[in-house]
Design a protein around this ligand. Structure first.
Ligand code: ADP
Length: 703
């Protein structure tokens, strides 16, 4: 039974899908188990194509190919790889060794690809090399440093080392001088005692001298098939090889590739590291900014002071205009809300009388742009005494002493060119009010709220700077007392003695006095958020306002806008990095195409080859992730400190390294997994496209 049968084989190449090139036609040849068979003929007659078909580098267009009684005409890519790995050894004119690797690794490759352990393969490579007379020193030499003759001998040993049944040699002596050619033909002859050796050659003399059979080809056809000497027909002893391919063979390749592309890999590593580092920082910013701003915003002297009222819409069916009236909360509402908070004071708001921007004068000169805001009491434990920067907090509630914030201090200092602390400001408010009296003779009375007094700046508080405005703080209790004592003069003449406080307390929506609000003085800052939640969840149209909350909201809006901006840039950077990784993997693959073709010839699977690049990217990804973790751990605190120095926002970047959604180390794990995915996908996608190149074309490239 012949080992190999070619029945009526033909091969047509299509160039641009239209032009056909018939490289082989009607080839019928049978080959026995052993012997050296030479194929000769002019260039372009189809010799190499014939070898490629036998070696399953290419598929025939017509006919049948039988190996060991099995039809192998059409094999899947995986089956062809297995066929090559187990049954075929190649020897090429240009050796096709892995030039960057040493002799030993080149010899070990077919064994490793067949699942041998590294150590066993090393031993076998040494013993086979010795049996072919290869010097031990040569084994550790890099292949690119060998002579042509040495390279070809190594190529032959590599072809036979796995005891394959067929050796295909394409012009094995084509690049060698006569002496080396003889050595090579001797070696092939020796090999042909144990397996089938098919040699394509131009050298008829050598072919005649060494071959058992000579096949002459011309124009894609066999024109003569001549036996020269008797074949031994010795059957090559072949063990059933059930070993599956083990990936241990590509680790040396991987290491070499990493070193070979060191600069490129470092570049990828850097861009990946920067990208992961930036991603974590942006995430830390998004994660930490809320808490940071929350804590930061509490650094306001009047943080616990809220103005609360009810909005009532007045809808007139005949008019498209909707009027909104602000009313005070009624007693039931006040009582209900008060019970929800610890130590909460509801007090009347006098803003409609005083306004929070009254006229402020220094030495008769008017100063604009300073707000005039209450705190409950200088003695209230709820106020943050820690904020005091200069001066003192008054030790009793009086209207003659005020506190200013740092913004106001700097503003006044620049404006007055004098030290504001212990200076006197004159604060005045003059407004006319008309009251309804129910007295038919004088139904309306107009009175004037006149307030004016010198106030001494006794303390400066170090509030947040960012987005804050100049502020003067006065004691509400002191002002409330003043309102109790100050008389409404014209109205008193009609209705009897009445104070401004009484009037404001009595005021209803029909009267022009009062802003119809209450002040809510809370004990601690945390309760401010609870009030906000309560107001939002209530079905009543309660509204709250506070200068401190306005600053806080402005900060949140700013940070949210910054987060969105950063996320967009980050996305662009991520896409860029993914493209870089993909491009570099593709470039590396294209660069190594010849090496990969050699590996395919030796029986490596394409998937394994892709794995080499996936591994390379994975290693880069892993190192990048580790590096970025180190960078984040190193830089998070200094960056936070810098931000704190510039904006006073504490711990703005808070990367949840240890706990994320209640699970320990979930965040670094997620980052590592996503990085790996990015690396794998960005490497895989371009290589999937690259896979479509045919093996025979790959072998021709760089030849
Ligand atoms: P030989 O080895 O005898 O010099 P080949 O087998 O390499 O010849 O080529 C036989 C013919 O087939 C040549 O004309 C060659 O140009 C053509 N040929 C070989 N491979 C391809 C291919 N992949 N695509 C197109 N034409 C090819």
């Amino acid at each position: 039974m012949p080992l190999l049968e070619l029945n009526n084989i033909g091969k047509t190449f299509y160039i641009n899908k239209k032009i056909k090139k018939k490289a082989l036609s009607e080839i019928t040849l049978h080959f026995q188990n052993t012997g050296l068979i030479s194929v000769v003929g002019p260039s372009g007659c189809g010799k190499s194509t014939l070898l490629n078909l036998i070696g399953k580098i290419d598929n025939p267009s017509e006919g049948k190919l039988i190996f060991n009684q099995k039809n192998i005409t059409k094999l899947s890519e995986l089956e062809a790889a297995e066929y090559r790995r187990k049954n075929v050894g190649y020897v090429f004119q240009h050796y096709h060794l892995l030039e960057k690797h040493n002799v030993q690794y080149n010899l070990m490759l077919p064994l490793l690809l067949n699942g041998w352990s590294f150590n066993k393969a090393k031993k076998k490579a040494k013993s086979v090399a010795t049996s072919f007379g290869i010097n031990k020193d040569l084994l550790t030499k890099q292949c690119s440093l060998l002579s042509g003759g040495e390279k070809q001998r190594i190529a032959i040993i590599r072809a036979v080392i796995n005891s394959t049944r067929i050796i295909l040699a394409d012009e094995p002596t084509g690049a060698l001088d006569i002496n080396n050619s003889i050595v090579i033909m001797d070696t092939l002859k020796k090999v042909s005692n144990k397996c089938l050796v098919i040699v394509v050659t131009h050298n008829i003399d050598l072919a005649y001298k060494y071959s058992d059979r000579l096949i002459y080809m011309s124009d894609g056809k066999v024109i003569k098939d001549e036996s020269i000497a008797n074949n031994d027909n010795e059957v090559c002893p072949k063990k059933a090889n059930k070993i599956t391919c083990h990936p241990n063979w590509y680790f040396p390749l991987l290491v070499k590739n990493l070193c070979k592309r060191m600069k490129r890999n470092v570049f990828t590593l850097l861009s990946l590291t920067i990208c992961i580092f930036a991603s974590m920082m942006v995430f830390g910013f998004v994660n930490g900014s809320n808490d940071s701003i929350d804590n930061y915003a509490k650094k306001q002297f009047n943080y616990c002071v809220l103005k609360i009222n009810k909005e009532i819409q007045l809808i007139n069916n005949n008019s498209p205009i909707i009027l909104i009236n602000n009313y005070r909360l009624n007693n039931a509402e006040i009582n209900h809300i008060s019970t929800l908070f610890e130590n909460c004071h509801f007090e009347l708001c006098y803003d409609a009388l005083v306004g929070n921007v009254p006229i402020v004068k220094f030495n008769d000169e008017q100063i604009d742009g300073i707000s005039f805001l209450p705190i409950f009491s200088y003695l209230n434990p709820a106020i943050n005494n820690d904020l005091l920067l200069y001066g003192r907090i008054p030790n009793f509630d009086n209207l003659n002493q005020i506190i200013i914030n740092k913004k106001a201090y700097i503003y006044l200092k620049n404006l007055l060119r004098a030290e504001p602390l212990n200076s006197f400001l004159y604060v005045e408010s003059n407004r006319a009010f008309t009251f309804y009296t129910e007295n038919p003779n004088t139904p309306y009375v107009t009175d004037f709220f006149v307030f004016g007094r010198f106030m001494e700046i006794v303390g400066v508080v170090d509030e947040i700077d960012f987005l804050n405005t100049p502020k003067i703080y006065y004691s509400y209790l002191a002002f409330d007392r003043y309102m109790e004592e100050a008389m409404v003069n014209n109205l008193s003449m009609v209705v009897g003695e009445t104070s401004w406080k009484e009037q404001v307390a009595k005021a209803t929506g029909n009267e022009e006095i009062s802003g119809y609000s209450h002040y809510m003085f809370l004990k601690n800052g945390k309760e401010v958020n609870t009030v906000r939640e309560l107001v939002n969840s209530s079905d009543k149209d309660f509204t709250i306002s506070s200068s401190a909350i306005e600053v806080e909201d402005a900060l949140f809006a700013l940070v949210n806008a910054a987060s969105i901006g950063m996320e967009v840039f980050l996305l662009i950077a991520l896409i860029g990095t993914t493209l870089i990784i993909g491009l570099i993997a593709f470039a590396s693959y294209s660069e190594d195409i010849k090496e990969l073709a050699i590996l395919l010839c030796l029986g490596a699977r394409r998937d394994d080859l892709v794995s080499i690049y996936l591994f390379e990217s994975t290693i880069v990804g892993l190192v990048g992730t580790a590096l970025s973790f180190v960078l984040v751990l190193l830089f998070q605190n200094p960056i936070n400190y810098l931000i704190f120095r510039l904006t006073a926002l504490p711990n703005l970047i808070d990367i949840p390294f240890q706990q994320f959604y209640g699970r320990p180390f979930l965040f670094p794990l997620l980052i590592a997994v996503s990085t790996m995915l990015i690396c794998l996908i960005s490497t895989c996608l371009p290589l999937i496209f690259a896979k479509k190149i045919s093996l025979s074309e790959e072998l021709r490239s760089n030849d």
